[in-house]
Design a protein around this ligand. Structure first.
Ligand code: ADP
Ligand code: MG
Length: 259
């Protein structure tokens, strides 16, 4: 649901982004805008540069050129963790949960700026550390409930199904108090029941004001979730529109069908 009051100033705006790997122009003068409060889609054939775009937006890799403005400020010079602290977090196409830790510990690891990490605080203010740990645990349990994983809190993350791992990724992203979450293929390889759960979770958080940018191949998911869809092909922008407009756009159909 787009917040119309702010619709003229995007929460995220990237322009002129370029990234080459050797002679492959993975992202070639691409742009994207994400309105505050929206669920925005990013689609395109395999190899279109979508994941590279996420890596550039979150500065996991440095762009060769271009700029990224988040919440009114340029961020392309900042480290990934600083960008996350400012409220832009991303998940990965292949979920990155630590298999040999519990689901709850995976959540706690994703929390930002823990008092317990500071040696002197641990030594002299242990009551503060304990209080913060308790608060973080409560938050983690609350978020696990919201993504439907509370019953798995004490299980090893390695025992989760593919879909549950994707939900854990969303839960981990939420631990960072983000304004914008980038989801890379949240329903890829997930069974239909869990796809519905993942979509419900995204919609519920969006109703709470969370903004999402989602890379997704499942067109039903795109159609049911997104306010606006950006289409990439061969590293650059091909089309932009509502899900309905995109579905009937002849250039988009051509790019997918390879005609
Ligand atoms: N680290 C990398 N090194 C070399 N080539 C890469 C790397 N990452 C992506 N590519 C290439 O860049 C292009 C875009 O990849 P990617 O962004 O993963 O596409 P998508 O997510 O749309 O499928 C592909 O040709 C891919 O092989
Ligand atoms: Mg990808």
């Amino acid at each position: 649901m787009i917040n119309n009051n702010q619709s003229s100033i995007p929460l995220l705006a990237a322009s002129g982004l370029c990234k080459s790997f050797g002679c492959i122009k993975a992202v070639n003068n691409a742009e994207i805008k994400v309105q505050s409060g929206s669920i925005t889609g990013l689609i395109g054939p395999n190899g279109a540069g979508k994941t590279t775009m996420f890596n550039l937006l979150s500065n996991f890799i440095r762009p060769d050129k271009g700029q990224v403005i988040f919440d009114g400020k340029p961020i392309q010079q900042l480290k990934s963790y600083t960008i996350a602290q400012r409220g832009l977090v991303r998940t990965f196409q292949v979920a990155r949960a630590l298999s040999r830790l519990s689901v709850l510990d995976n959540m706690l690891l994703a929390a930002q700026k823990q008092t317990g990490e500071d040696f002197w605080t641990v030594q002299f203010q242990s009551h503060l550390v304990l209080r913060e740990e308790k608060k973080l645990q409560e938050k983690a349990i609350f978020l696990l409930e919201s993504v439907g994983l509370a019953h798995k809190a004490n299980d090893y993350a390695g025992g989760l199904s593919g879909g549950q791992r994707k939900l854990l990724e969303i839960g981990r992203a939420l631990m960072a108090n983000p304004q914008l979450i980038l989801l890379d293929e949240p329903t890829a390889g997930v069974n239909p029941n869990l796809i519905r759960e993942i979509c419900d979770c995204i919609v519920a958080w969006n109703k709470n004001g969370m903004t999402f940018l989602i890379i997704e191949h499942n067109m039903e998911v795109i159609m049911s979730l997104c306010d606006q869809v950006w289409v990439f092909a061969e590293g650059h922008n091909l089309a932009i529109g509502s899900p309905e407009e995109i579905q009937t756009n002849s250039q988009v159909l051509e790019a997918y069908l390879g005609k």
